[in-house]
Design a protein around this ligand. Structure first.
Ligand SMILES: *Cc1c(COP(=O)(O)O)cnc(C)c1O
Length: 238
């Protein structure tokens, strides 16, 4: 059963409040953190409700699902769509047509393909590099020690605009480990800025179970699914 739309608005407000409190704890401003509603498995009506409640962007992790929803999306409802899931190269062209930002660029061949396709379509695509900051074997993303070289390579691609780094926190209750992974992503961004002078501002990190820690560690963009759409669903059920 779909929860009532009033619940979605309440949950968006509650998430915003928790972001604000976490930001205050470390002397940051709440508006420094954008809220992306990750809507995989949810219907268009629920997504519209989240947008009405003021989320900054929609996040999807599958090209096919996003295409189906985009076809139903009301033209009057302007909001950026972010790709946050692993992208296969053979779907890169379709992804470029559907998404405003691709957060999950996890290989140089994929970055190359996206830049070429963007050039053909007369676009410049804003992207994030995904980093496997927790080094979990099941995850996509550049290993931390390759992040600087990857940023250097991607910065040369003429039709991509690198905005920052993205990571998925480790799936553990160990808060120190979670904090460590987010702190590492921030350090990598700062190192990239120091050595390559790219001026990257963005850190996409923090999901329903760990976004407050991510905000304390410098997140500029949290990606929230369950805490907005469904409190009952377990982590990583997809
Ligand atoms: C599903 C997903 C999210 C949101 O996760 P929740 O735990 O539901 O908040 C964030 N980022 C990515 C890449 C996802 O696949």
């Amino acid at each position: 059963m779909v929860g009532s739309n009033a619940d979605i608005k309440e949950r968006v407000n509650a998430v915003r409040e928790r972001i604000a409190l976490a930001a205050q704890r470390v002397g940051r401003k709440p508006h420094e953190v954008r809220l992306v509603a990750v809507s995989k498995g949810r219907g268009v009506e629920e997504m519209i409700e989240a947008v009405r409640a003021g989320v900054d962007a929609i996040g999807e992790n599958r090209v096919q699902e996003a295409a189906q929803k985009r076809a139903l999306w009301p033209a009057s409802m302007a909001v950026p769509w972010h790709m946050v899931g692993h992208l296969q190269r053979n779907k890169a062209s379709k992804a470029l047509d559907l998404f405003d930002i691709i957060q999950s660029v996890d290989s140089i061949p994929l970055a190359d393909a996206l830049s070429h396709l963007a050039a053909q379509k007369g676009k410049t695509l804003p992207i994030f590099l995904e980093v496997n900051a927790s080094r979990e074997g099941s995850k996509y993303g550049f290993p931390p020690e390759e992040a600087v070289n990857a940023a250097e390579a991607v910065a040369e691609l003429s039709n991509l605009r690198l905005l920052g780094l993205m990571t998925i926190g480790p799936l553990t209750d160990d808060r120190a480990q979670v904090r460590g992974a987010f702190g590492l992503l921030r350090e990598l961004r700062d190192k990239i800025n120091e050595t390559l002078k790219l001026g990257l501002s963005e850190l996409s990190m923090g999901m329903s179970d760990d976004f407050e820690t991510a905000v304390e560690e410098g997140s500029t963009m949290v990606r929230i699914g369950r805490a907005i759409f469904d409190l009952k669903k377990r982590p990583f059920e997809r």
